[in-house]
Design a binder for this molecule. Structure first.
Ligand code: SF4
Ligand code: SF4
Length: 68
């Protein structure tokens, strides 16, 4: 099983991970802000993740963990 975790309060909502993901797993939240006042990335379609780690490698703030 694959689990994608976003450390929401570390995220700055830049959207790079959303663009890096080939499977459309991630999106930017529209309904809540994180502790820094940004709309954070959230896991929208966990089931589509192939654990390629593109998102985690792309994130400038190291806010994404991929576990298998
Ligand atoms: S590991 Fe790959 S497939 Fe999974 S969320 Fe990140 S970029 Fe998308
Ligand atoms: S790349 Fe990192 S900082 Fe940017 S939206 Fe994704 S999780 Fe947040």
């Amino acid at each position: 099983m694959i689990k994608v975790t976003i450390l929401e309060d570390t995220c700055k909502g830049c959207g790079l991970c959303v663009r890096a993901c080939p499977k459309g797993v991630l999106e930017i939240a529209k309904s809540h802000l994180n502790a820094k006042g940004y709309y954070p990335a959230v896991v929208a379609h966990q089931e589509n993740c192939i654990a390629c780690k593109s998102c985690a490698l792309t994130c400038p703030d190291v806010a994404i963990r991929i576990e298998k």
